[in-house]
Design a protein around this ligand. Structure first.
Ligand code: F6P
Length: 551
């Protein structure tokens, strides 16, 4: 294997893995109800705390022995060395020959992280300072539009990591944002996304941020061109207007210049920042515009606190490691195919959507770093909705369905918008869900309520459904940063144990290539010669006919 320093045994040959397989047969029938009854301290013992977060993992299908073996698996899998390699700037993204240094984006000024012989931290802070200066000018009204009007609308154009982090962070930190400004996010190449985003905006007061690491992504480039046309149309085609209404965020200065954006109005980042790990880089420009530089820096401090915890805390008390190991235990041994992330915090409504890319683009791999097929399932499917909404939607399946769906409950003890009894009601629901999932309701309990015999099976809750609960004091930029970093490193932990490349995304390429060919076939005046499978050929022909109205 390229760049590998230490040889790690294949997953299923590791002692801890084999011990876990034997152990699983012994504990698979254990009931959480019994585990809690037998050990009154369980709920206090199986907890850990870091960077403002309290993790209760006692409602997982584990015993002390399970935990011991999982921690042993982490050691045997070389997790410690992997963490050190990431923080040390080694090129652990071997298929792209890149370092993986989102942690450098939130490192304090005095830190040193060396890539290819250069300490990258000063460069990070130079860009942060440039962003802060720009944001101050826009927010104070010093930076004006082409006709001298103050900028009040910001539209971020990007997709994937250049959209999901920014939109999620904007929603999460809206409480701290400048409410005089409007923020919109355009990602989809479906023209509706752009049309709806700008339909009520005045070009004279609108700033576009073209966000793309590569500055080649089809969707973003298409939307950016439409935005440019929209701006030009607002200023009678005056090309000078572009400089006041467009900035770019990218690693590709050449492509930015080619697009027509002055590179003086470009905010850079580097190939060692993966798209889905880029919200702390200049990709977070919309976030900084919304909440201001001081809050943005507080968010970075939160990320950094969790980074430091992940890097240095013993695995037994390490939140990301524990959460990663527990997710892996339920996935690989109990066959759980999904994880539900359930924030009882309305501001985190886009967090599950953000996590979909973070988790599944990172660990949705079937080949390990040595090129062989991974001998077990890799990333579970992450999904979720804020509570309590999800309770009235898909929780039925979590409680009484046939599958195990481990849940992560997330809440804050103080509401940013205290309103009567709302917050107690919200949190009571979250605690109740965790309890109901773990403990369930037995046949005897249902019968004791006088339920007719025929109805009893329908009203029984088997329980034994695992969950984690994460609690923090309140949703601040800092706790928010720590929360995101917690999931980043949770993903890292799982990927390291499977020995997969968590930082590439080759799986998105094939569809992109095929689409390029099909775009020409859809647009061509002449009937194209099609050489796809018969289904694709037929669909293309049908679409062409429908488009022309000739069907
Ligand atoms: O298609 C997947 C992907 O490469 C993501 O990994 C990335 O976040 C997204 O596209 C956007 O890429 P870019 O920032 O280069 O436009």
């Amino acid at each position: 294997m390229k760049n590998s320093k230490t040889q790690i045994a294949p997953l299923t040959e590791r002692h801890a893995w084999q011990a876990l397989a034997i152990h699983f047969e012994r504990v698979r029938q254990l009931q959480l109800r019994t585990l809690f009854a037998d050990d009154p301290q369980r709920g206090e013992r199986m907890t850990a705390e870091a960077a403002g977060f309290y993790l209760d993992y006692s409602k997982n299908l584990i015993t002390d022995e399970t935990l011991k073996l999982l921690l042993q698996l982490a050691e045997e899998s070389g997790l410690r060395a992997r963490i050190d390699a990431m923080f040390g700037g080694e090129k652990i993204n071997i298929t792209e020959d890149r370092a993986v240094l989102h942690v450098a984006l939130r490192a304090p000024k005095e830190a040193s992280i060396v890539v290819d012989g250069e300490n990258v931290v000063p460069r990070v802070h130079t860009v942060l300072d440039k962003m802060a200066d720009f944001c101050d000018r826009v927010r104070s009204g010093q930076w004006r539009g082409h006709t001298g009007k103050r900028i009040l609308n910001v539209v971020n154009i990007g997709i994937g990591g250049s959209d999901l982090g920014p939109v999620m962070a904007y929603e999460a930190l809206k409480y701290y944002s400048d409410r005089a400004m409007t923020f919109r996010f355009v990602s989809n190449v479906d023209g509706t996304d752009f049309a709806e985003a700008v339909r009520d905006l005045d070009p004279a007061r609108t700033l576009f941020i073209a966000s793309s690491k590569t500055f080649t992504t089809l969707e973003t480039m298409t939307n950016a061109h439409s935005a440019r046309d929209w701006v030009l149309a607002g200023f009678d085609g005056d090309v000078k207007s572009v400089a006041r209404h467009f900035v770019a965020v990218s690693t590709n200065a050449e492509a930015v210049a080619k697009f027509g954006i002055d590179t003086a109005n470009m905010f850079g980042f580097w190939d060692w920042v993966g798209g889905r790990y880029s919200m702390d880089s200049a990709i977070g420009l919309s976030t900084m515009l919304a909440i201001g530089p001081a809050n943005f820096r507080a968010m970075l401090t939160g990320f950094n606190r969790m980074d430091e915890h992940f890097r240095s805390a013993p695995f037994a008390r390490n939140l990301p490691v524990l959460m990663g190991l527990l997710a892996l235990w339920h996935n690989n041994f109990f066959g759980a195919q999904t994880v539900a992330v359930l924030p009882y915090e309305q501001y985190l409504k886009r967090f599950p959507a953000y996590l979909q890319q973070l988790t599944m683009e990172s660990n949705g791999k079937h080949v390990s770093l040595d090129g062989n097929r991974v001998p077990c399932d890799t990333s579970p499917i992450y999904f979720g909705e804020p509570g309590t909404n999800g309770q009235h939607s898909f929780y039925q399946l979590i409680h009484q369905g046939t599958r195990i769906i481990p849940c992560d409950f997330i809440a804050f003890s103080k509401s940013l918008n205290p309103l009567g009894e709302h917050h107690d009601i919200l949190l009571a629901n979250m605690f109740a869900q965790g309890e109901a999932l773990a403990v369930g309701k037995t046949r005897e309990e249902v019968e004791a309520q006088g339920t007719p015999d025929w109805l009893v099976p329908h009203r029984v809750f088997e329980g034994n459904r695992p969950s984690n609960t994460l609690l923090a004091d309140s949703l601040t930029p800092e706790t928010f940063g720590s929360l995101v970093a917690l999931y980043e490193h949770n993903v890292f932990t799982q990927g390291a144990i499977w020995n997969i490349g968590s930082f590439d995304q080759w799986g998105v390429e094939l569809g992109k290539q095929l689409a390029q060919a099909i775009i020409g076939e859809l647009a061509s005046e002449e009937e194209p010669a099609l050489a796809h499978d018969s289904s694709t050929n037929n669909l293309i022909r049908r679409y062409r006919k429908l488009k022309k109205g000739s069907l």
